[in-house]
Design a protein. Structure first.
Length: 224
């Protein structure tokens, strides 16, 4: 049976969900928060050590201003309301991506990372203003600047995910089959599951079904 240390998720479909309900895209984002909570709880139950959630990409800045503003408001209240509980539950929060938001949000993210840095039951990596190509270019630039050899080990060392094992499993909801510039380096050997349901409809049962399937798959890592 495969061991499962790290699950990464592209939480796609909020916008469509909101519109399907004859409401707004933002209504879908709000509903998406409930799924985030369910999945965090279930990840702990399954004793998985790392959960990486794609919450805002470098390309998402192209969205309408009101949607961007709403997403950051949601994120801000999500963290403010749960940071004490995260700490109680031994959850570590880490941001992967460039923290270039309002000074209030930047401060909140930095403080939350600091407060939870010694926790070790579950590490939640929030991918925010994250793009995998940008991450790789930054890493290689650092290696060149430091006159280090460009090899796999050194490139990994300067990614946002330094020290974090690569995801074993990637789930993308929302009936779309693409990687959208997410963890391109780290997903080299991940099992990938595309889920038809939109993120707000995705639930514990769907998640557990995928985890079960993952555990029974034979992973070869290039061998036979
Ligand atoms: C993709 O759906 C989703 C996002 C760009 C944002 C995800 C954000 C949340 C689930 C809420 C905040 C998250 C946290 C961790 C607090 P989409 O808008 O691209 O959906 P669409 O494909 O239907 O347009």
């Amino acid at each position: 049976m495969n061991t499962l240390k790290h699950v990464a998720i592209i939480m796609d479909g909020n916008g469509r969900w909101g519109l399907n309900k004859k409401k707004s895209r933002n209504f879908g984002h709000k509903a998406g928060i409930k799924t985030v909570e369910k999945i965090i709880k279930e990840t702990i139950k399954n004793k998985i050590k790392y959960l990486t959630l794609f919450a805002f990409s470098t390309e998402n800045w192209k969205r309408p201003k009101n949607e961007i503003k709403y997403l950051f408001k949601l994120l801000e209240s999500f963290i403010q309301e749960r940071i004490i509980e995260f700490n109680k539950n031994n959850i570590k929060l880490k941001v992967i991506g460039i923290k270039k938001f309002s000074s209030k949000l930047n401060k909140l993210l930095i403080e939350s990372e600091k407060k939870t840095k010694n926790n070790n039951k579950l590490q939640i990596n929030l991918a925010l203003n994250y793009g995998a190509k940008d991450e790789l270019v930054r890493s290689i630039k650092k290696l060149v600047k430091k006159k280090k050899i460009i090899n796999e080990k050194n490139i990994s060392k300067f990614l946002f995910t330094e020290g974090i094992p690569d995801p074993d499993l990637l789930i993308r909801t929302g009936n779309t089959r693409r990687l959208s510039n997410f963890l391109l380096w780290q997903l080299a050997y991940a099992e990938i599951y595309f889920e038809k349901k939109l993120w707000p409809d995705f639930n514990e049962r769907d998640y557990n079904k995928i985890l079960k399937k993952f555990k029974s798959v034979k992973r070869n890592f290039g061998k036979i």
